[in-house]
Design a protein around this ligand. Structure first.
Ligand code: FAQ
Length: 312
């Protein structure tokens, strides 16, 4: 049974009115947004690491410049998202501490290694591809600061996706048989983890029902995952690559591809911290935080000096 203010809040959400930071909102709405937006921000920041691994080994100057621009965009996305979460009353320090202590989640996908240059193509095509499918609806979500941040993020993600697919076209359609084989190997490793990005199946998604009622989520995890499969299969065919799923089959009656069962044990193991690179990723963030301590101290000292000067 909803209280009076809760009913009025739900009515505003149902009417498509954007909720803004100073508006009244249920505590649980605030909490779920802080959870989702901070996880999203952490994913952008940790997500810089797998690609950063290839910056010094990009095959040409042009590819290096593109990759560097893309990774810098991800840092920007993390910062917009931390700012959006801060409008809900949580501090950046708390969020960063939760990431570094291992308390906060970030997307499972960034705990997989980037073994070859083809992995950079796969991340752009499949990981940014999944991110776009998930984030386009978020541009219309009920919380104003999150929705507005997503508009620019999505524009940049489309560039990211194109650079990945362009790199793969080069290697698969204009490259050597060895390069094409390298792409097939990368697809074999990235396909299933990319489908896991959309979260658990609807029946196991603990937050979905409430988040959909609040219009934080507009589509379910399985709906968006299906969209990803339907979009990617023809793109894989154009590259001449085989999607590593023997159960993948066009279903005329449904108008969608049927696909095989995801290994949910792997998904849960990676969430729990036992993926191939979880420890390495967190250690890299902890080292970066420690190495940047002098910058934070210098800013605080400068701010204190300015404040003292204003007092006299
Ligand atoms: N990894 O009840 P649900 C990017 C957790 S894109 C880890 O369904 P919800 C761009 C979930 O948090 C990646 N944990 O949850 C880029 C929940 O746990 P909690 C980031 C996952 O929130 C590209 C529990 O499982 N994008 O970074 C995952 O309703 C290239 C139950 O799940 C976003 O974050 C997972 N894959 O739906 C950057 C998008 N899936 O919190 C660099 C915004 C689920 O109760 C390079 N987020 N969990 O303890 C969302 O849309 C939603 O949060 C979902 C999950 C769809 C991810």
């Amino acid at each position: 049974e909803l209280s009076g203010p809760e009913q009025a809040f739900q009515q505003r959400v149902d009417d498509g009115v954007r909720i803004e930071p100073k508006d009244w909102m249920p505590q649980a709405y605030r909490k779920t947004l802080v959870r989702q937006i901070s996880q999203h921000a952490h994913s952008e920041i940790v997500g810089m690491l797998p690609e950063g691994n290839w910056l010094t080994r990009a095959p040409t100057l042009k590819r290096k410049a593109i990759l560097q621009a893309k990774i810098q965009d991800e840092a920007g996305h993390g910062l917009y998202l931390y700012s959006a979460a801060e409008t809900l009353g949580v501090s950046r320090e708390e969020m960063v501490d939760d990431l570094l202590s291992g308390k906060a989640k970030y997307s499972t996908i960034f705990n997989y290694p980037t073994l070859t240059w083809a992995d950079i193509g796969m991340i752009g095509w499949l990981v940014d591809g999944s991110a776009i499918i998930n984030q386009i609806p978020l541009c219309r979500c009920s919380y104003g600061p999150y929705a507005r941040a997503m508009v620019r993020v999505c524009k940049e993600e489309s560039f990211h996706q194109r650079q990945g697919y362009d790199l793969l076209i080069q290697m698969c359609r204009h490259g050597t048989p060895e390069q094409k084989a390298m792409c097939q190997d990368a697809l074999n490793r990235w396909w299933w983890p990319s489908l896991m990005m959309f979260g658990p199946p609807d029946a196991a998604s603990t937050n979905s029902a409430q988040s959909m009622q609040w219009r934080i989520k507009l589509f379910s995890n399985d709906e968006l995952r299906q969209k990803m499969v339907d979009q990617s299969v023809p793109q894989a065919e154009y590259l001449g690559l085989t999607v590593p799923d023997p159960d993948l089959k066009w279903n005329e009656a449904r108008g969608h591809y049927d696909f095989g069962e995801i290994d949910w044990d792997e998904f849960h193991a990676v969430i729990k911290g036992n993926g191939p690179c979880n420890r390495e990723r967190l250690q890299a963030r902890r080292d970066a935080h420690e190495a940047g301590a002098w910058v934070r101290e210098a800013f605080s000292a400068h701010a204190a000096k300015q404040a003292a000067r204003r007092k006299v």
